[in-house]
Design a protein around this ligand. Structure first.
Ligand code: FAD
Ligand code: A2P
Length: 406
């Protein structure tokens, strides 16, 4: 009689849903996730099933498993070639739930919950997620597209309004959506999805209309400063009124604003990281008449005023509505300033807000600013005899610290 093959559960990524945002690869503590020009894949030999990658994934593509013979898991090369997950083979006589305890432990079949889920503020509204998929994207119509940054500015950032007509695309402030650029990539496959934060509040760019806004930077230089023509950002910035766009999502379940009266927001952003902050600020502005209280404090970094998306409207907001702190890094004859410098300058108010259980903190924009902002918070805490690591643990535990950098 043949001995049944020992089965294990292999962690896989669904190429059909994955939007290639790199979050899983960045999160994995043991570097088990890698990618080629098409797919993100999990190395069976390296993955420890710690599940740290599961909750940060915006689409849930990461949360897939197949029972495989322990001696014959899917190789990385096989996974690179997939357009969809393989069907689940007959698990045979040893169904996963019947695996011996030591196999469960080694393969991590029991969900350990290690790393913990990223929770939204307790009073956040319930978000819809992944209503529209790659197989069934929503079609939106462009109802506006204009440049936000000054003509002479070094980067072109566009405000793009998408109208969903009679298609449901409900979003909350802080969520993002995916755009599928038309055409094929160098490998002859459809372009992968790019993510963009929604820049308008939940009831629409125009209240009561089924539309939303995006803040898109036209990528003409890569991160090393070499000339490049970013596929999706250029497609979006070139769109004309009346053009149709394929959209997937919405995505995001934790970078959401609190809804309870008296809750405060500290928002820290650079460049297009201002998109979710605009959405949250506008939500609060539209509800100002309800006098729900709570502070708004904004730290916003840009090269110069003309490079700052929404500079004009931002400067018109009343000072008692929002406390605005602008950090400009490339103003001739002025010292370079980053958001973290201003956080240090405003140490007293920042410390007060860190200690206020009703204050929620949001960080969005350049990945590079994360480390600097953490150091600035650490300095603020040190000067008040607090320990940032402990404060941060508490902020995370209470779902008061939310980061979205790219
Ligand atoms: P690609 O064709 O993908 O890349 C071309 C080259 O440019 C590559 O070398 C790449 O490494 C480099 N590159 C990629 N992105 C950037 C960048 N931002 N700056 C400089 N070089 C880059 N973008 C926005 O404009 N507005 C948003 O609100 C926004 N929200 C995002 C939210 C999330 C959660 C994430 C993960 C990303 C977000 N992005 C946003 C970035 C966006 O998804 C795209 O990565 C960006 O528009 C570049 O796509 P592309 O197709 O034009 O460039
Ligand atoms: P810099 O002039 O040094 O590039 P961008 O215009 O590239 O989107 O960047 C937005 C702002 O973020 C710019 O002022 C940029 O300054 C600044 N910036 C760049 N790196 C960091 C960082 N590590 N921390 C904080 N801000 C940063």
């Amino acid at each position: 009689m043949n001995t049944p093959a020992e089965l294990v559960r292999q962690h896989l990524i669904d190429a059909e849903i994955c939007i290639r945002c790199n979050t899983c690869e960045e999160t994995c503590p043991v570097h088990a996730i890698t990618h080629d020009s098409r797919n993100y894949v999990v190395n069976f030999e390296v993955c420890e099933n710690c599940r740290a990658c599961i909750s940060p994934c915006p689409t849930g593509a990461i949360d897939n498993y197949r029972s495989v013979a322990k001696s014959k898991p899917y190789s990385i090369e096989e996974q690179f070639s997939w357009d969809e997950l393989p069907p689940q083979a007959d698990p045979g006589p040893t169904a996963p739930s019947e695996l011996p305890e030591d196999v469960v432990r080694i393969t991590g079949i029991a969900t350990s919950g290690q790393g913990g889920p990223n929770l939204p503020p307790w009073s956040a509204a319930h978000p819809y997620e992944s209503l529209h998929t790659l197989a069934r994207p929503a079609l939106a119509t462009v109802s506006g597209n204009y440049r936000l940054t000054e003509d002479g500015a070094s980067s072109a950032v566009h405000h793009i309004v998408l109208d969903f007509g009679r298609t449901a695309f409900p979003v909350l402030e802080g969520q993002s959506l995916g755009v599928i650029a038309p055409g094929l990539d160098a490998g002859g496959k459809p372009h992968h999805v790019r993510l963009y934060s929604v820049a308008s509040p939940r009831n629409g760019e125009r209240p009561g209309y089924n539309n939303l806004a995006l803040t898109v930077k036209r990528v003409l230089l890569d991160r090393e400063g070499n000339s490049v023509r970013g596929v999706c950002s250029n497609y979006l910035c070139d769109l004309k009124k009346g053009d149709q766009v394929k959209v997937v999502g919405p995505y995001g379940t934790s970078f959401l604003m609190p809804n309870h009266p008296g809750s405060s927001l500290m928002m820290i952003c650079t460049g297009t990281g201002s998109a979710p902050m605009r959405a949250m600020t506008e939500r609060r502005r539209r509800r100002a008449a309800f006098k729900e209280g709570g502070r708004l404090m904004l730290f916003f970094g840009a090269r110069a005023a003309g490079e700052l998306p929404y500079f004009g409207p931002l400067m018109k907001l009343p000072k008692d509505f929002i406390d605005i702190n602008l950090a400009f890094s490339r103003v001739p004859d002025q010292p370079k300033r980053y958001v973290q410098d201003l956080i240090r300058e405003r140490a007293e108010d920042v410390a007060e807000m860190l200690c206020d259980p009703e204050c929620y903190i949001y960080l969005c924009g350049l990945k590079g600013m994360e480390a600097g902002v953490n150091e600035a918070f650490a300095d603020v805490c040190r000067s008040r005899e607090m320990i940032w690591d402990q404060v941060l643990d508490g902020l995370k535990r209470d779902a008061r610290f939310h980061v979205e950098t790219y």
